[in-house]
Design a protein around this ligand. Structure first.
Ligand code: ATP
Ligand code: MG
Length: 509
């Protein structure tokens, strides 16, 4: 059935894409013949597997990329956007999949930067705007906080806040919820509903079917750069969407619990400060055993970031002791801790996980470049590096045109797969997995979950820090809730009292 919309000039459309095709210089066809109408005042969800072409499509609507062929209509008029400023003048704003905030700047400075484009320079006015918008959003934001000191969930909210400080009619949101906890997602959805009732049009890219079903009016699924189907949300359910996103998706196997052995990681009463000198981890003790996955649940900003940084040697421990495989790693260098068996999938993956301008093969070999077979007698064996990259690309289904391509040209989810492939293949005995599946499609998430379970079965200990409660409950042998720098509750996934867990996350237990 051809249910494709046909009249781009019809007034009902905020955006109309007509036969849009985009090929990158390396030959990747990211979008092919996309025809899609986004109605005024609707929330339109876009789903599709990693590398399906979602980000590319939004970047064309926001004037960052130009289509090779096809036409974009905004409010019924053909819009030939030369750059993002043109899109901005048409009332289009985008929240990007990867952060665009300047980490060394404060919230205020970051907001001031975009407002300056529209002629605002008065910092008092900027502050007033931040207060106005954050109140509307129902979030607490300190305008003086430096972006790099904020947990990723908070940074995401600042990205959204910054967009709302401008006067936009069409909001393009590329995976805005992938690092938010359920509580934060709820308040984010309230904002979306408010925006919708004030007449804004919202395009929302997400991998979470539940979210698409909850918030959108219609859903479009992309696969291999093409539109597979657009359905009204009332006619969709999770099973239908999953089957449209991934062809032939099998039901995931039931996860068995682990059989924990001896402690691998032991944390004894540590105190860790945040960048502003306040106590972020407050006398916390925790043990992770061999063959055990311990999930840390909590709202972002309760010390999870500082805890992980303390374990991985990135932040000073004021007092207390951390041991890994019975060796004291307190305040040791990251290199030392990695040698003792640490693997780490960081949440801030663009910053800490990869070197964007380097090739896939370089990034995959980053942590084993000094050892055979990657190098012998200080001479790098390029062939070995490429072979290794080819193997991991295939094992982890990384969508790449060749093993040496620059990482910055991979889609967001495929960069995440690369980091996971590297960290799960380096033989570590203890893994910190922060938001391991944020940004991954259902199929890739399933693969990663399976790999984490395999790693546990081989006797590694895993500390899983995730804002995705479903993920924590599915994988953890034990769940610790962090609030105010302390573990305030311990739960087991069997007979889980979800009410109590949620209350603990809010510090109300
Ligand atoms: N600048 C570029 N140069 C070459 N190829 C690119 C470039 N940008 C994107 N691609 C490729 O285009 C395809 C679509 O990428 P895109 O980022 O649009 O996917 P996506 O649907 O957003 O995926 P994800 O869910 O992983 O974010 C991918 O194969 C990607 O590698
Ligand atoms: Mg993307």
């Amino acid at each position: 059935m051809d249910n494709r919309p046909s009249d781009p000039k019809k007034e009902d459309y905020a955006i109309f894409l007509k036969e849009i095709t985009k090929t990158f210089p390396n030959g990747t066809v990211a979008n092919f013949g996309i025809t899609l109408g986004i109605l005024k005042g609707e929330v339109h969800a876009i789903l599709g597997e990693n590398g399906a072409g979602k980000t590319t499509l939004l970047r064309m609507i926001s004037g960052i990329l130009k289509p090779d062929s096809g036409e974009i209509f905004i409010d019924g008029k053909s819009a030939k956007m030369r750059d993002p400023m043109d899109a901005s003048r048409l009332g289009i704003g985008m929240v990007h999949q990867h952060f665009t905030l300047i980490p060394e700047f404060t919230v205020r400075e970051n907001v001031a930067l975009v407002l300056a484009e529209s002629g605002w320079l008065d910092l008092k006015k900027v502050d007033a705007k931040i207060v106005e918008v954050s109140e509307k959003m129902g979030i607490e934001i300190d305008p003086e906080a430096k972006i790099e000191n904020l947990p990723v969930g908070k940074r995401q909210l600042v990205e959204i806040l910054r967009l709302l400080c401008r006067d936009v009619k069409i909001l393009l949101l590329d995976e805005p919820t992938s690092v938010l906890t359920p509580i934060e997602v709820d308040s984010f959805f309230r904002i979306i509903r408010d925006l919708k009732s004030s007449g804004k049009t919202i395009v929302l890219v997400t991998h979470k079917m539940k979210e698409a079903l909850k918030i959108s009016d219609r859903v479009t699924v992309l696969r291999g750069g093409r539109v597979i189907r657009t359905v009204p949300t009332t006619e969709a359910d999770e099973a239908l969407l999953a089957s449209l996103v991934v062809e032939g998706l099998a039901a995931p196997p039931v996860v068995k619990r682990g059989t924990p052995g001896d402690p691998i990681l032991s944390i004894d009463s540590i105190i860790v400060k945040d960048d502003r000198g306040r106590t972020a981890v407050d006398g916390l003790s925790l043990v992770v055993r061999a063959g055990e996955i311990v999930g840390i649940a909590g709202v972002a900003g309760n010390g999870q970031k500082e805890l992980v940084e303390a374990i991985s040697g990135l932040r000073r421990v004021e007092s207390g002791i951390i041991t890994l495989s019975s060796q004291d790693i307190t305040n040791k260098s990251t290199r030392f801790i990695i040698e003792k068996g640490l693997s780490y999938i960081p949440e801030d993956r663009m910053h800490r996980g990869v070197v964007l301008t380097m090739g896939i093969h370089d990034n995959l070999a980053l942590k084993c470049i000094e050892r055979p077979p990657m190098s012998k007698n200080w001479v790098i064996d390029r062939r070995s590096m490429i072979n290794y990259a080819e193997r991991l690309i295939s094992d982890f289904s990384i969508k790449a045109s060749d093993p040496c391509m620059s990482v910055e040209n991979l889609s967001g989810g495929n960069i995440q797969k690369l980091i996971i492939a590297r960290e799960l293949s380096n033989g570590g005995t203890f893994l910190i997995a922060e938001q391991p599946t944020a940004g991954l499609d259902i199929k890739a998430s399933e693969v990663v979950h399976q790999r984490l379970i395999d790693l546990r079965s081989r006797g590694a200990g895993i500390l899983l820090v995730s804002s995705d409660l479903d993920e924590i409950i599915k994988l953890s042998d034990r769940i610790c809730v962090m609030f105010g720098g302390k573990i305030v509750g311990e739960f087991f996934p069997e007979n889980l009292d979800l009410e109590r867990l949620s209350r603990a996350m809010l510090g109300a237990e």
